[in-house]
Design a protein around this ligand. Structure first.
Ligand code: FAD
Length: 461
């Protein structure tokens, strides 16, 4: 056997996929070195920029990621945009293997007229705005209207609905950004409709998120009874998690509330509700043709039943007056380097167990590998699978470890030459501590820094 030199692996992207892949590699291989390259000066991907501010417990995974980053055989290089500052080909030359885990940073578009009007946002941008993603800082969404319509009924849609309707007293104790908090204080939104093409049995959210909506202080639900025709009868055939979710929906929509609940609803000043069997067909503009004043929804009916049921248009339409439309119909990965195979139809990197097809030495994990679905735990499992494939390849010599690779040494020199200043993990810890102390001053867990320039400036102090 040749394999005597230190295996060097680099990972592109520092979200859950990047960190879980690194963690598993470091644990199962005794001398592998892992370098993580991240586009932003700050790590953790959607744990920082996606997970809702009122879900702090979900962000505890950051503790494990931090341990990985501080492992003696791991290095973090923030502020390095792979595909632009350095190519995947250059990384392949410098490392024995490259794992791509740069997530899904685009969004699926609705493809309807009026999508570009003022007042229409993708959930990705809206979430990025309230969570302080530098690229969404200037979104300044106009919340000066009574009704918001969210298209899509998954957990991201419910996160957005909750943030729009939560009492400020709850939000001000979270790490939501100050500009978003101020905009929400001024917000006129009193009603949020969460629209889906299919019916109650097909909603894509989970029970925890639905329960949070049902119990959200100061709000009550507003559903359409007729949407639930036949749902009680369908319950018995549903698998267990789906059954419990549907039972909660039915209870929320149809049950006569007890005294306490009635009182709660009476005091509510804001409403939310699911609108089923509706598909967006056009965003409606004001007389000047600039601003959103409503949305035209095409009425659908189901063909088939259960999870696989299909929505088909009936030909009817319904107009809903609203000033804000947020499309939450999915995130989408993009190719970052022309030399890497990419399945444009599915918007993922074609792979077998994380091994990129027809590209020895290239691997992928996370949303880029599976498509943008699943929670952090799902991402963890698929990232462990990728790490397992890589270790297998190192051990079976499917991966050539006979030549010494220069790793970060040559890449750092290249970056230097190109004027790219990377940010180390201890630089990030400076940013982290400044954010936490700024937050402390206003009773928040942190006050995020909102621009790349300021992040770098703090890192350099
Ligand atoms: P990401 O987390 O997106 O990480 C990708 C990383 O790659 C980012 O840091 C990005 O900056 C970096 N990157 C991108 N391009 C480049 C490049 N060219 N060069 C270098 N780096 C690059 N899951 C839960 O379990 N609980 C929740 O409450 C929850 N809430 C969510 C809320 C929202 C709004 C969203 C969208 C998702 C949520 N999830 C939640 C799911 C969870 O966030 C994902 O499962 C997980 O983040 C996917 O991990 P990833 O590493 O594949 O992608």
């Amino acid at each position: 056997r040749f394999s005597s030199c230190t295996p060097k692996v680099c990972i592109v992207g520092s979200g859950p996929a990047g960190f879980y892949t690194a963690q598993h590699l470091l644990k199962t291989h005794q001398n592998v070195h892992v370098d993580i390259y991240e586009r932003l000066p700050v790590p953790f991907g959607l744990v920082r920029f996606g997970v809702a501010p009122d879900h702090p417990e979900v962000k505890n995974v950051i503790n494990t990621f931090t341990q990985t980053a501080k492992h003696s055989r791991c290095r973090f290089y923030g502020n390095v945009n792979v595909g632009k500052d350095v190519s995947v080909g250059e990384l392949k030359q410098a490392y024995h293997a490259v794992v791509l885990s740069y997530g899904a940073e685009g969004n699926r578009s609705m493809g309807v007229p009026g999508e570009g009007l003022a007042g229409v946002y993708s959930a990705k941008d809206f979430v990025g705005w309230y969570n302080g993603h530098p690229s969404c800082r200037e979104l300044n969404p106009d919340l000066n209207c009574e009704t918001a319509v969210i298209l899509g009924q998954g957990n991201v849609a419910l996160d957005v609905a909750r943030v729009l309707l939560s009492p400020i007293d709850i939000l001000k104790k979270t790490d939501i950004t100050q500009p978003a908090l101020e905009a929400l204080v001024r917000s006129q939104i009193r009603r949020v409709l969460i629209v889906g093409r299919r019916g109650p049995v097909q909603v894509a959210c989970t029970i925890k998120e639905l329960r949070e909506m049902v119990n959200l202080p100061g709000t009550k639900s507003e559903m359409v009874e007729a949407d639930f025709d036949g749902v009680t009868e369908a319950l018995k055939d549903l698998p267990r998690p789906r059954k419990r979710l549907t039972e909660l929906l039915l209870k929320t929509a149809l049950d006569t509330p007890g005294d306490k609940e009635q009182q709660r609803r009476h005091q509510a000043s804001r409403t939310w509700g699911f609108r089923f069997f509706r598909s967006p067909s056009e965003v409606l503009a004001d007389a000047d043709g600039n601003k959103t004043v409503g949305i035209r929804l095409a009425v659908t009916r189901l063909e088939g039943s259960g999870e696989g049921a299909r929505a088909v248009l009936t030909g009817e339409v319904e107009d809903v007056t609203c000033g804000l439309v947020i499309s939450s119909i999915g995130y989408k990965s993009h190719p970052i380097d022309p030399s890497v195979p990419f399945d444009t139809r599915r918007a993922v990197i074609p792979n077998t167990m994380g091994r990129v097809k027809q590209a020895t030495g290239l691997y992928c994990s996370g949303w880029l590998k599976t498509g943008p679905t699943g929670v952090i735990a799902t991402t963890m499992n698929n990232s462990f699978d990728t790490a397992r494939s890589l270790v297998e390849d190192m051990e079976s010599e499917a991966l050539d470890l006979s030549s010494v690779k220069t790793g970060s040494e040559v890449i750092s020199a290249l970056l230097e030459e190109r004027g790219v200043k990377s940010v180390s993990f201890s630089d990030w810890e400076k940013i982290d501590s400044v954010e936490m102390s700024r937050g402390e001053a206003s009773g928040k867990p942190r006050e995020k820094i909102l621009t790349v320039e300021e992040m770098i400036q703090v890192a350099r102090t």
